[in-house]
Design a protein around this ligand. Structure first.
Ligand code: HXC
Length: 263
């Protein structure tokens, strides 16, 4: 197991899974600049580490995944600084969404505002049954500024996204699951083991195929269907030039488990 601390983030690698834990529990893991920079640094480290197959993002403590951007830090900002801060969060969260290795959010409590937006930038969301989600920015005279107005409507549809953004209401994990905001809800005490099992399952697949699949879904998702299908065909075709595809198909035909070279 490899361990390290990057400022406000704890970094641990176990069974080829990099656990990135936002570590400001006294402030419910609220995102100040330093914390966001640490998340990006940890994600970059995990993407570059050949021993890591999957990234998991979670929050320290029992109560919160991330309760939002740091309100104390934002309170003093002017318009120019606010816009730059929003852009900084968008660019930072893009590193997760564009990661060639799958990123799972293990949502262990409040995922509010920037915390909900951070979870939505992950490829898969698994929530503890006591987690709560929301975009409460309008209560602060703000709007979601780290992708919330866009990613939420893509996940749950425009009507539900509007309702959550305009009411600022929090919803429990079960409702988040019902509307498609989270993939799975598990008992809080089992969150870590259940996420580890999903991560290890994904980690046993072809790394090259995982990267290409993420690219196809993410790049194609915002294009017209015809262009998106062309991207899918290109990426599908590129798989045929890989060692992973040769090994995966050979292993199937030889009735054995594949050992992917990752090339
Ligand atoms: C800074 C925060 C914080 C936040 C909690 N804290 N959320 N500090 N920014 N987003 C701090 C509290 O001030 C408090 O510090 C400590 O964490 C514990 O929180 P409490 O409020 O005492 O806990 P509790 O009563 O259990 O209430 C939990 C809560 C509440 C319902 C989650 O903390 C809350 O409403 N937080 C704000 C949620 C929010 O509005 N998020 C969106 C932010 S805007 P002290 O020092 O008093 O103990 C945003 C914009 C994103 O995210 C886009 C940016 C570009």
């Amino acid at each position: 197991m490899e361990q390290g601390t990057l400022a406000a983030v704890e970094y641990t690698v176990q069974d080829r899974v990099a656990w990135i834990t936002v570590n400001r529990p006294k402030k419910l893991n609220a995102l100040n600049r330093e914390t966001v920079e640490a998340i990006t640094a940890a994600a970059t480290r995990a993407v570059e580490d050949p021993e890591v197959a999957v990234l998991v993002l979670t929050g320290a403590g029992e109560k919160a995944f991330v309760a939002g951007a740091d309100i104390a830090e934002m309170a003093a900002m002017d318009a120019r600084e606010g816009q730059a801060f929003g852009r900084f969060l968008v660019d930072s969260f893009d590193v997760l969404e564009r990661s060639p290795k799958p990123v799972i959010a293990a949502v262990n409590g409040f995922a509010l505002g920037g915390g909900c937006e951070l979870a939505m930038a992950c490829h898969i969301r698994i929530a503890a049954d006591n987690a709560r989600f929301g975009q409460p920015e309008v209560s602060l005279g703000l709007i979601p500024g780290a992708g919330g107005t866009q990613r939420l409507q893509r996940l749950v549809g425009r009507g539900k996204a509007m309702e959550l953004i305009l009411t600022g209401d929090m919803i429990p994990a079960a409702e988040a699951h019902r509307i498609g905001l989270v993939n799975q809800v598990v008992p809080a005490a089992e969150l870590r083991t259940r996420v580890a099992a999903v991560a290890e399952g994904i980690g046993s697949k072809s790394p090259v195929a995982l990267a290409r699949a993420i690219e196809a879904v993410m790049t194609g998702g915002d294009l017209g269907l015809d262009d998106a299908m062309r991207i899918e065909s290109s990426l599908f075709g590129l798989c045929f030039a890989t060692g992973d595809m040769k090994e995966g198909t050979a292993a199937f035909l030889e009735k054995r488990k594949p050992e992917f070279p990752g090339t």
